[in-house]
Design a protein around this ligand. Sequence first.
Ligand code: 5GP
Ligand code: ZN
Length: 118
Amino acid sequence: MSKENSDCLFCKILAGDIPADIVYESDTAIAVRDINPQAPTHVLIIPRRHIATINDIEATDQAIVGSLYSAAREIATAEGIADEGYRAVMNCNAAAGQTVFHIHLHLLGGREMGWPPG
Ligand code: 5GP
Ligand code: ZN
């Protein structure tokens, strides 16, 4: 399904070449706990298909991208943070702080969130 990128950290996690704490798997995505968590729950929801940034999402990727939010709902419920609230955010390129160029939805919860983000 995915056009794997051998230089991509998340493609390596998807291939099982780098270990990760996997909390969710579907046909289109996996979710792993962030190695440097910024909240009590900090999960990265990663599509199996290598898409570098939001700018690279194609029309045919809409179901994949939508599935990231279905995963967020399921994981938030499993983590017990669905009702109190959580944040689901995707950074795009350098100014937003993107460091891994394979899109991923950050699911953050378990504490109060400030707005606007820094
Ligand atoms: P970005 O800055 O691109 O939006 O988010 C990348 C995230 O990946 C960061 O929150 C960072 O802590 C996380 N990360 C970096 N390397 C690894 C890793 O090897 N394993 C896991 N699970 N997370 C990682
Ligand atoms: Zn990748």
